[in-house]
Design a protein around this ligand. Sequence first.
Ligand code: MG
Length: 255
Amino acid sequence: MKPLTQLSKKDLSEIKMIVFDVDGVIVPRGTKIKQIGNTTTLETKVINQKQIEQIKKLNKLGFLINISSGRGLYMLQEMFRDILPFISLTYECGSATWYKGKIYQHINSFERTKNIFPKLKKVAIKNSNVKGFEPKEFIITIHCKRPDKKIEAIVKKDKGLVTLWNGEAYDVLIKKDQTKALGLRHAMEIFKLNKKNVMAIGDNYNDHELLQESGIPISADKSRVKGKFYVPLKGKFLPADELMQKILALKGVKS
Ligand SMILES: [Mg+2]
């Protein structure tokens, strides 16, 4: 892996779309969630004005911007409200893409997850390690204080499903199929692009497939995912800020 400082103008020559992971990349890591009975409280993070301006500038230069997150659509729309006309949102780990008000569904997980959901609810209810279920449509996300053997054991019994622990929550996903790479492949179809036209940046285990599917993968956490280039997770700027500054500088635009 090379430091981002070594990214050149030539590297950018074929790039038409830039894919950003959200948590740990455009906003700091960490989700505040609390669930008591039927009441779930979830904090919405805001995107800094600086990143909004940077995304607008990239868009003006002709780059397509795709946001690829494990979060739900309602949350991403809230976070990116000011720039929705300029971006597409791929949500719940590649399950679907929102673009200009239209939704493209990439996977149907209903049959595969409907039986496990009540089992997970049952084990979560009296477990003080569980903080709550994040509202989702296609995946199951369970926030926990620390890794939880009981949850892992339940999912393990279902051969078609897999858990992914990201340091604060489990995503329960359809093995191999339900990944951010699925979302990217469909986004490339929507925009008629090839792998070489895509640059992607992510910081966590669920970005592995996404980064592999892109022409220029950028890791925002070397200890969790591999890229062609890397940005430090805890640098002076957020990883997305660092990347956008670099691209805008290479294109001769002030950031
Ligand atoms: Mg992330």
